[in-house]
Ligand binder design. Structure first.
Ligand code: ZN
Length: 243
């Protein structure tokens, strides 16, 4: 079976559509797992919800998904995040709000745990260091955990208690063996590793391999929509920087 693993779409329709087209171009998949933050920051939260809810096998809740329906204190977000969430709260229809409210904090499918931020703190903790990853390994029972939130494609491996971190790049497959791992597919709609292209992964459970894919999209179109919506300028400029 093949699964697309997508995360952190953040209301970016152009990036999402480019990724979905790329998935089809790679032969399609049997299911789609979404690691949360369908909304937040970007100009088309409702359109992204409508697109994602029709195609995901699983979607877990991200902090911005909760913020979009006022189900998390907005003080946990920076000023740009808060400004966008206040606007998003006025943009979603009741069906879209209800769907965000149904998203679970975690899910598990075929030996893979899915979570937005971290196993110990599913909504807020940033797994940005070996120390933080190390502390989280005991908190999932499956062999592998997919997570998002940092927007950085990365794998943390735990080999006999020794935890290592490796950035994930396109073309280099990650072999899924006996080693316990925490894997981040990067962000579809707001990459932060210096590569502005949308990031996602394809998991092949028969071949036991996970591969990152990067996809160019029409960044200027998304930026124009951000400006038209009156969202913070920084949210537009960071897209071209991939930071
Ligand atoms: Zn995010």
């Amino acid at each position: 079976m093949k699964y697309a693993v997508i995360s952190d779409i953040h209301g970016n329709t152009e990036a999402l559509e480019a990724v979905l087209a790329d998935i089809e171009g790679n032969g399609g998949v049997d299911g789609v797992w979404c690691l949360g933050d369908v909304t937040g920051y970007g100009p088309e939260p409702g359109a992204c919800i409508d697109r994602v809810k029709g195609l995901v096998t699983w979607c877990v809740a991200g902090n911005h998904d909760r913020g979009s329906i006022n189900k998390i204190d907005l003080s946990v977000f920076n000023e740009h995040g808060q400004a966008a969430l206040r606007w998003i709260q006025t943009q979603l229809d009741p069906g879209q709000q209800a769907w965000l409210g149904t998203l679970p904090l975690t899910a598990a499918d075929g030996g893979f745990m899915l979570v937005h931020a971290s196993p110990t703190d599913p909504l807020l903790e940033y797994v940005l260091s070996i120390g933080i990853a190390e502390r989280n390994f005991p908190f999932f029972k499956t062999k592998y955990c997919f997570f998002g939130h940092t927007h950085l494609p990365m794998v943390y491996k735990n080999e006999g208690g020794i935890v290592t971190a490796t950035p994930l790049t396109p073309g280099v497959g990650l072999v899924l063996g006996e080693t316990k791992m925490m894997i981040n597919p990067g962000s579809v709609g707001q990459p932060r590793d210096g590569d502005a292209r949308a990031s996602y992964g394809i998991l092949d459970t028969d071949g036991r391999i996970f591969r990152i894919h990067r996809v160019a999209y029409d960044i200027e179109a998304t930026q124009a929509k951000i400006m038209k919506a009156g969202l913070p300028v920084h949210l537009a400029t960071r897209l071209e920087q991939g930071r």
